[in-house]
Design a binder for this molecule. Structure first.
Ligand SMILES: O=C(O)CCC(=O)C(=O)O
Ligand SMILES: [Fe+2]
Length: 294
């Protein structure tokens, strides 16, 4: 893929790398359940295969495989503010499909290069030095997810992923040609289909850019529909900073006319709190940046 990003630079992502991960993802999800469950995630090892995820307490119609880009990745052991314990996330790879690991690691490296270019463009667009945001990404917690949405006999009763906003910095999404991703249009609240364009990536601004930019950028609500005939695959890359990142509106962007719209929060604890809802149904709403809105 080639993309022109303003006058700044020309990015080139090898199409073969994308084809490789798409093929490996199809092969992985086509494996028998017992094989996939050998790399199942659980509360101790929260990355790997999973087929019972909930978004906002509702079960999604999908199977996923998650891995981190930096191996190992360090995150807090729990969402409890006083718990200082950290854990190392170690990727799990299916032994019967060695191609998957290679394809995933290559794709991760390509996505990371693109993510840094985009980050620099965003910094420049906010009137900041181009490397202003780079410092948060040493020991980053970025991850990639392989999404598989099987055909659904009752597509009007289920969603592949329920409505949500991505909590991180940027999401770079590769979707296949089936279609199903919808974004909520701000002016009228209508859900609008993001039409698949082959060999292109969808760039989604996440909640952290909304907070850093003090709402100059907004993260968009989105969801994934399912359909009764076709299976669908997508591959989001979630670009996330180090767990210790304190997220708040950037000092340079706020002043008496534009006061900070958010209180600060710790990314690692936010992420741990968000992930809690993946393993059990919670009685409370999952953590959102609106909880830090001033
Ligand atoms: O499958 C898609 O198109 C979107 C997936 C998504 O929003 C997510 O995994 O956060
Ligand atoms: Fe998303």
């Amino acid at each position: 893929m080639h993309a022109r990003t303003g006058d700044f630079s020309r990015l080139s992502i090898t199409a073969c790398c994308r084809e490789k991960i798409e093929l490996a993802s199809r092969k992985f999800f086509a494996l028998p359940k017992e094989e996939k469950r050998k790399v199942s995630r659980d509360e101790m090892s929260p990355y790997g295969y999973y087929d019972t995820e909930h978004t906002k307490n509702v079960r999604d119609w999908k199977e996923v495989f998650d891995f981190t880009v930096q191996n190992p990745t360090i995150i807090p052991a729990s969402h409890e503010p006083d718990d200082k314990e950290l854990i190392e996330l170690i990727n799990q790879w299916p032994e019967c499909l060695p191609d998957l690991r290679e394809a995933c690691e290559e794709h991760g490296a390509e996505m990371e290069k693109l993510a840094f270019k985009l980050l620099e463009l965003i910094a420049l667009s906010l009137g900041l030095p181009k490397d202003r945001l780079n410092c948060y990404f040493q020991n980053q917690t970025s991850r990639i997810r392989l999404n598989y949405y099987p055909p659904c006999p009752v597509p009007h009763l289920a969603l592949g992923v329920g409505r949500h906003k991505d909590a991180g910095v940027l999401t770079i999404l590769a979707q296949d040609d089936v279609g199903g991703l919808e974004v909520k249009r701000k002016i009228d609240g209508e859900w609008v289909l993001v039409k698949p364009i082959s060999d292109s990536y969808i760039i989604n601004v996440g909640d952290m850019i909304q907070v850093w930019s003090n709402e100059k950028y907004e993260s968009v609500e989105h969801r994934a529909m399912v359909n009764s005939e076709k299976e669908r695959f997508s591959i989001p890359y979630f670009f996330n900073p180090a767990h210790c990142t304190w997220v708040e509106p950037l000092k340079e962007l706020i002043n008496e006319h534009n006061p900070a719209k958010y209180k600060g929060y710790n990314w690692g604890k936010f992420f741990a709190a968000r992930n809690r809802g993946n393993f059990k149904k919670l009685d409370v709403e999952n953590i959102q940046i609106s909880h830090f809105r001033i």
